[in-house]
Design a protein around this ligand. Sequence first.
Ligand SMILES: NC(=O)c1ccc[n+]([C@@H]2O[C@H](COP(=O)([O-])OP(=O)(O)OC[C@H]3O[C@@H](n4cnc5c(N)ncnc54)[C@H](OP(=O)(O)O)[C@@H]3O)[C@@H](O)[C@H]2O)c1
Length: 318
Amino acid sequence: MSPSRICLLGATGTIGRATARALVRRGHDVVCFVRPGAAISDGATARVVNIADPDSVARDGFRGERFDAVVSCMASRTGAPKDAWAIDYQAHLNVLTAAKAAGVTRFVLLSAICVQKPLLAFQQAKLAFEAALMESGLIYAIVRPTAFFKSLSGQIERVRRGRPFLVFGDGTLTACKPISDDDLADYLADCLDNESRWNRILPIGGPGPAITPTDQGEALFALLGRPARFSHAPIALLDVIIGVLSALGRIAPPLAAKAELAKIGRYYGTESMLVLNPETGAYDADATPETGRETLFDYYRSVLAGDASAERGEHAVF
Ligand SMILES: NC(=O)c1ccc[n+]([C@@H]2O[C@H](COP(=O)([O-])OP(=O)(O)OC[C@H]3O[C@@H](n4cnc5c(N)ncnc54)[C@H](OP(=O)(O)O)[C@@H]3O)[C@@H](O)[C@H]2O)c1
């Protein structure tokens, strides 16, 4: 795509920051719709917008100007049902409506591979917007990545301090092909002009092979030069916690939100972040496309060497 005017949503998040850099590197004019006080990447422009208010999106965001494309890395910070429906669905719809009026023809959406098996409220909200985007008439690319490095890095510090690596069950219940922030950002930015990705749902992982939690723990201990040690947590424990919080949540709503967060933890403890074969119901590593060069274990190495800092994921289980 020749340098274009892009509206970027979620430019202050993990993938949004990397995507802002990738878009600026490609010479685009990147306008980020942000909350007050946001710091954004060099070379991009910030506009303070109340994304929940359609008038603010048009008035403070698009400002009656022409834009070529929207790239969205925006998502609810908590994944709690109310926030997910407000941001992952309704706020995106507000932008979609105003974007059409601004002349936008292309929309690249960062979604998540887990929506292929939607058991959680935030997944339903994402799916509802995916459907609205597909119906919109715009050229779309719906990118459904596997797990991010930050979501698989929550135990680096505890292992470094000499504690065992925690896994659910035997540590092989799930697998994923982790994708780095910059590799995913490049993939998103390239969706703007790679016609083979237009009007498609695009599951995407990083370089293979698929790895399990046990693989992650073993790699971490090997990098530290220590024998691997694991603690095993039964999934049934999470089921008890979810049951108790859900029951109490009927009388105390804040506990219902906590129950949803425990359900998110259980989901990631038991479901692989790989393409799901709808016929067999099994996750398929070979069917999960790969992109990029950076591996999770290279990232662990740079965190341990002090060259990178591990950001905790909002939905990190440990
Ligand atoms: N973690 C994983 O392993 C994983 C794997 C696959 C897919 N995903 C999906 O990838 C997406 C992005 O993840 P991420 O980790 O980059 O997200 P993140 O770091 O949590 O960033 C979320 C972005 O959305 C913005 N946002 C949230 N609520 C907002 C609001 N009310 N008004 C305006 N902006 C708002 C945030 O702005 P503020 O900075 O102002 O809060 C931030 O820029 C999510 O949809 C997630 O489900 C995640």
